[in-house]
Design a protein around this ligand. Structure first.
Ligand SMILES: Nc1nc2c(ncn2[C@@H]2O[C@H](COP(=O)(O)OP(=O)(O)OP(=O)(O)O)[C@@H](O)[C@H]2O)c(=O)[nH]1
Ligand SMILES: [Zn+2]
Length: 366
């Protein structure tokens, strides 16, 4: 897994694991703290699941303790909780500590906020929900998502919906060379073909679902998690709103037979693009171990782009033992370079005509 790059949470030194925490006046021990999973955030109120997987499992509402300062708490975070952790009506617990994150996914910086902020923690897979038609797939957007997933140390899964409207073959061929798994779904009178394959790909993992409006993401989430948004209604009891209208990410548990690893999907309404400004070629290369080995031979400071002089990756393609291997290597290298280019505004031509936007938030198709 690629090393996690620094983010705004790294400016402070975080304490180590339970038992080795420094005792200071400003950082009390909180030995009685309970571990909880953050499932949603709504205007300073956090919905958390306490003692998950035990008979005492309960939802509670919490706020951030002052000692956490500006550090952001996001869905997927495992936190230490103190105070009233009963989850009873009107109770409010306090989050005093964030457990070190295994992965972080950032949304893009934009004009109003120049910092790429963490939006989800500890997820292990990014599911890019893309319709095969209506709306047309946009490969540049998919590339950016794959780059964000690999950068975050997550796997990428392409969920191609509406296969009743168009053939998935072209997109499958485009993403297979870079290790993106693909699940194809289609809805036919109430049933969703491919749902069981999707369920299998999600089982026991924490997956973030992204997709533009109209691609069929809600259709999938509702099929996976019946009453998806009623399950997170706890936050709404506090805010007094009848519906979940927050635009931040929310973690939903997919029902599983008892005794199996929990399966979580994290829906990200309103997230349209991911922060890639901080991603270096070397870091992205880390997700491609074969290419990364070859690139050891590159000249110092090689950018590995198609126009980079003496890039060892080009020699590696040419050195393939036969035409089949060469073609496979060429496809993999071309796909890697496409991801590399998707970080910046250098890739304007979307091969499928989906409109290449230079950077920042991608506008939603209407
Ligand atoms: N033909 C076809 N239509 C589908 C399929 N899945 C979903 N749809 C339709 O596509 C439209 C959008 O589906 P949603 O599930 O609402 O899409 P979404 O991505 O959640 O979009 P928002 O709710 O706008 O965020 C709806 O009219 C669905 O009925 C499919 O497999 N085939
Ligand atoms: Zn190179």
């Amino acid at each position: 897994m690629a090393r996690r790059p620094l983010d705004e949470s790294d400016v402070r030194v975080r304490p180590g694991r339970r038992g080795s925490r420094p005792r200071t006046k400003t950082r009390p021990e909180h030995a009685d703290a309970e571990i909880a999973l953050v499932t949603g955030v709504d205007r300073g109120r956090y919905t958390v699941l306490v003692e998950a997987g035990t008979p005492q499992e309960r939802r509670a509402i919490a706020m951030k303790a002052r000692e956490l300062g500006r550090e952001r708490v996001v869905p997927g975070d495992l936190v230490d909780l103190v105070g009233d952790t009963s989850g009873a009506d009107g109770s409010l617990a306090r989050i005093v500590r964030i457990t070190e994150r295994t992965t972080v996914l950032r949304r893009t910086a934009d004009d109003t906020d120049p910092i790429e902020r963490v939006i989800v923690a500890n997820a292990d897979q990014l599911v890019i929900v893309t319709a095969l038609a209506d709306p047309e797939p946009r490969t540049r957007m998919i590339d950016r998502c794959v780059a964000a997933a690999y950068d975050a140390g997550m796997d990428a899964l392409l969920a191609l919906t509406k296969a009743d409207l168009a053939d998935p073959a072209e997109l499958v061929a485009m993403y297979a060379p870079i290790g993106v798994s693909v699940v194809v779904t289609s809805r036919t009178d109430g049933d969703i073909d491919g749902l069981e394959e999707l369920r299998a790909a999600l089982a026991g993992r924490t997956s973030v679902l992204v997709g533009h409006s109209g691609v069929g993401k809600s259709t999938l989430v509702n099929a996976l998690v019946p009453d998806a948004y009623r399950a997170v209604g706890v936050v709404n009891d506090v805010t007094g709103r009848g519906r979940h209208t927050s635009t931040s990410a929310v973690a939903l548990r997919v029902p599983e037979p008892p005794g199996t690893e929990p399966t979580w999907v994290i829906d990200t309404p309103g997230v349209r693009s991911f922060g890639l400004a901080h991603v270096t070629p070397e870091h992205l290369l880390g997700a491609f171990s074969d290419l990364s080995d070859v690139a050891q031979e590159c000249p110092r400071g090689c950018t590995h782009t198609a126009d980079a002089p003496d890039c060892a990756l080009d020699e590696w393609v040419a050195a393939g033992p036969d035409a089949t291997v060469q073609a496979a290597r060429a496809a993999r290298l071309a796909s890697f370079r496409r991801l590399l280019a998707s970080r910046t505004g250098t890739l304007d031509a979307d091969p499928r005509g989906g409109g290449g936007h230079a950077s920042g938030s991608e506008p939603q198709p209407s």
